[in-house]
Design a protein around this ligand. Sequence first.
Ligand code: ZN
Length: 84
Amino acid sequence: MRDSSLEDFLGGDDSEADGDSDADGDPDAEADDPVDGVSPAVSTYDWTPTGATCTSCDAVVERRWRDGSDDGDGELVCFDCKTW
Ligand SMILES: [Zn+2]
């Protein structure tokens, strides 16, 4: 008869532990990165909040990339004109 009382005890303990781990939390919250969406400075990339003119098609864009790096020209062009 000791077996049945032991089973009862283990059953209750198991369900209690289940609730604990559920309330314990969110490991993702600790993984929050304070530096969000900020890319490291890249010399081939230029961002002008007020807009700047693409040297190739005259479109006014905020983001431009330095094209023609092989020639050393380094002209800033829009996404469409950049040779990827
Ligand atoms: Zn362009």
